[in-house]
Design a protein around this ligand. Structure first.
Ligand code: BG6
Length: 509
């Protein structure tokens, strides 16, 4: 695996939750695998007054979130923490960036990072254009003398089509597209990348991967947690903006794309863009019939009382924000003509699972009867993104004994069977790639815009048409009942369980 290229990572929003829970642990994991060069440092930037030392102390606790924490020792932790620095500035004040520039230059000198810098925007989104403009004021955006200057932008990238267009426009007036890295952390997940490898490294799947053999495609991303302490953000966002517009459509792009000519950033991103551009625009009727939104209500699970969404902290008691969204749509191109795609995502569902299910068509002639009394075979290929990462193929097999009864059985692979292999965290992979200038797993501006263009009519309709219902569903259930009716002409959604090979309503969650 490639090592990180020497650079200084400047994290704006360094006293925030993301830095502590994801970024520092991911960088620590890289450090523990000796993937960081000696010429490397992290400069935290935030409003809270802190010294380098107090920042290090604050981050010490976050090291426990690293995946490889078992491989650590107090000496290693100390060595790593010494690479962290901190500068307090008011990120909204252009003048403060002069101090930041001086500090960056001093650190480049001290660490030998050669002027290479990655700015990581982990601030509230409203500050993204502000920080970019202030960096420009101090000419901190220029790539000169062979050094690189890159900008990582956290999600959400805009809140609708207009704001995403405006943000792209501002950023592109300051940085070149190849300097901008828009994070969608789902693309950094090992199993999401494996989607492409499964499809294009095997001769057996791709010939079937089209409208002739696939009946429909299902993508589920469920979470058992509620909004926790993020009610303020979530109430303005909702599941459609929070999960569907970005993570789930990106997965859909990889499932549906044509084989790229080469495995290079632009080659792959050109293909996923074509998928997004081929999404059939949703008509008013589609939005009414084929897009379902729901909100969790209070319930009691295993003796524990769970709050309804409207009772969560920082959520309006009259909120109509969706905590569940499900939709049916089509990709109008040669490969996928007529194949429905179903996507659903929600909070406070029975379990945390993300998976893609490819449902194959029935055999043209039904020779056998199944144990369940039908003669329908339901071949499914399930690509499990998390947890119990792996792949499962469901197919029919003869029940031993007299007659020719058929039973659906499983053929499964679990990543956990690869002993001694470290499954990197998404942020670990993404940060490493950015130091190497590899944007393959980052979303390109045109793709983000195309996804917003597809979702925007739904957001507009929900905003302006109160007749479009928000269905309640008890916390801990699989969402509103009528989302089951979205899938016609086929058995409904798969009810996934924690373990890849289990399914059905009764399983371990
Ligand atoms: C984030 C969303 O982008 O993804 C969260 O804002 C969600 O609401 C999270 O919980 C899910 O990510 P993961 O990696 O835990 O599936």
């Amino acid at each position: 695996m490639r090592k990180a290229v020497s650079c200084l990572i400047v994290i704006f929003g360094a006293s925030g939750d993301l830095t502590e829970r994801k970024l520092i642990p991911a960088i620590y994991d890289l450090f523990l695998q000796c993937m960081l060069p000696p010429e490397f440092g992290v400069l935290g930037v935030g409003r809270s007054p802190m010294t380098d030392e107090s920042f290090r102390q604050k981050m010490e606790g976050s090291l426990s979130h690293a995946k490889l924490v078992a491989n650590t020792s107090p000496e290693k932790a100390k060595e790593f923490l010494a690479k962290l620095y901190y500068t307090a500035i008011d990120t909204t004040l252009a003048d403060d960036y002069a101090n930041l520039k001086t500090r960056c230059n001093e650190l480049h000198e001290e660490l030998g990072t050669n002027g290479n810098v990655i700015y990581y925007l982990a601030t509230p989104p409203i500050l993204y254009p502000v920080v970019a403009q202030n960096l420009q004021t101090q000419e901190m955006n220029h790539e000169t003398d062979g050094k690189f200057v890159r900008l990582i932008v956290e999600k959400p990238f805009g809140t609708n089509l207009d704001t995403a267009l405006a943000l792209n426009k501002t950023l592109l007036s300051i940085f070149n597209e190849n300097q901008i890295y828009r994070i969608d952390h789902y693309l950094g997940k090992e199993t999401v990348q494996n989607l492409v490898v499964t499809r294009f490294s095997n001769g057996i799947f791709e010939p079937l991967w089209n409208r002739n053999y696939i009946h429909h495609v299902e993508i589920t991303s469920s979470e058992s947690i509620g909004v926790e302490n993020r009610g303020g953000y979530y109430d303005k966002s909702g599941a459609m903006r929070d999960m569907v517009q970005n993570h789930l459509l990106q997965i859909c792009g990889l499932v549906a794309m044509e084989p790229p000519g080469t495995f290079e950033a632009d080659s792959i991103r050109n293909e996923t863009l074509k998928v997004f551009q081929s999404l059939r625009p949703l008509s008013d009727e589609d939005i009414e019939k084929n897009v379902i939104r729901g909100q969790y209500t209070a319930s009691k699970i295993r003796g524990e009382c769970l709050l309804g969404y409207r009772d969560e902290p920082s959520v309006s008691p009259e909120s109509r924000t969706e905590t569940f969204a499900a939709m049916k749509f089509y990709i109008d191109n040669w490969r996928w003509g007529g194949v429905p795609f179903y996507i659903r995502s929600g909070k406070r569902l029975p379990t945390r699972v993300t998976e893609v299910v490819i449902h194959f068509k029935q055999t043209p002639h039904k020779l056998f009867s199944y144990l369940d009394g039908t003669s329908d075979n339901h071949n499914q290929l399930i690509i499990r993104i998390q947890p119990d990462e792996g792949i499962l193929l469901k197919y029919g097999m003869k029940v031993p004994g007299a007659g020719y009864n058929v039973q659906t059985v499983n053929m499964d692979f679990h990543y956990s069977e690869l002993s001694g292999v470290h499954l990197p965290e998404a942020y670990e992979r993404l940060l490493l790639d950015c130091t190497n200038g590899d944007a393959t797993l980052y979303a390109r501006g045109d793709a983000v815009e195309a996804c917003w263009k597809f979702i925007n009519p739904v957001l507009e309709a929900w905003k302006h048409n109160p007749e479009l219902k928000v269905y309640g569903y008890p916390a801990g259930s699989w969402g509103p009942e009528n989302s089951d009716e979205l899938i016609d002409d086929a058995p409904g959604w798969r009810y996934p369980c924690k373990n890849l090979a289990d399914d059905g309503l009764y399983c371990e969650l």
